[in-house]
Design a protein around this ligand. Sequence first.
Ligand code: PLP
Length: 395
Amino acid sequence: MITISETIKRVRPSMTLALNAKAKELNARGEKIISFTVGEPNFNVPAHVEAAAMDAFKKGYTRYTAESGIPELKRAIINRYQSDYQLTFAPEEIIVSCGGKHALYGIMKTLLNPGDEVIIPSPYWLSYPDQVLMNDGVPVFINTTEKNQFKMNALELESKMTAKTKIVILNSPSNPTGEVYADDEVKKIIDVMIMHPDVVLISDEIYDKMVYAGKFKSILQLSDKIRNQTIIVNGVSKSYAMTGLRIGYAIGPKLIISNMSKAQGHATSSPCSISQWAAVAALAGDQSCVETMRIAFKRRRDLMAKLLQSIPKISCRIPDGAFYLFPNVSAYYGKQNIQNSMDMTNYLLDMGKISVVPGKVFGNDDHIRLSYALSDEDIELGIARMKDALVRLVA
Ligand code: PLP
């Protein structure tokens, strides 16, 4: 009998992708579901990026590339971090991967030995713990609260550090909560990291361009004392609406990056050549598309938050980043067999014809996640449906 590895058996399927697929299937049957599930901008790829991809085809850039990415893309990444965040990196500190997700996977694969612990503030992006499990590590959660804006603090971090801790993950702006850490909060976390120089900090900055108050600061702007133990993860999926082109990257100490490259060479040879040239155009080209999207997201965040806050018994913070809201719907638990966020998700799909993600998959069962990377019309219609469905519950 063919058996599946114990490692993979422990891994959960990606719920966001599954829910989005379900919404698409219902739509195909004519149900007209509005999907608030998947985290991708509903904008087109910027025209100059599309042109660069076409051009790459015409020029015959269709061969394997260097395993850690083409020099032109590494240069574009270096220049972006230099001009946006005044940070200077060398090409040997950069690896280009097939999406930020793949870069994160490469970090785990490269650093984790069986039993090594990875500290993850909860709620968390759902792939972190599963990537840890896929690499025989142990996820260790720090449960954060709505009252503390879903942020871990330095004391909580210190209390979870053990001799087995290998990695700490910081994701700001956060998926699923949208919260952004303040500089002084990050500085205190950095102080803890300085006390643990053998522990690697992953700063997942994938939503750096979606910040609606103040200016985003990259982790190493706040202190270069942790440079030897920090890996920044970013990519072009969110900032340039290029989710399907699958380009992300990691910036970190040469020793880690060279070993990630070695592993990546055997896993994928290289990221897609055409997509890498598209990413060069995105990162090196005109940045006004990024600002246009940011302004649209800010407007949609405010629209969705206002509409959600008009629904009785829902509490919803207005976070400063990413494109998600994470309302607390637990006041409805106990009504009509709705006991948890999965029941609520199913109820909203059946009765409201909207698709959301249950907070449980992000580690918090009182909430649901809604992406506002949708048109204004869909947001208005979808939240009106949600309101109707919830008001019916208590009527
Ligand atoms: N990190 C976070 C927090 C995310 O939400 C995502 C995507 O949803 C990623 C990383 C990876 O994005 P990609 O693999 O498309 O670059």
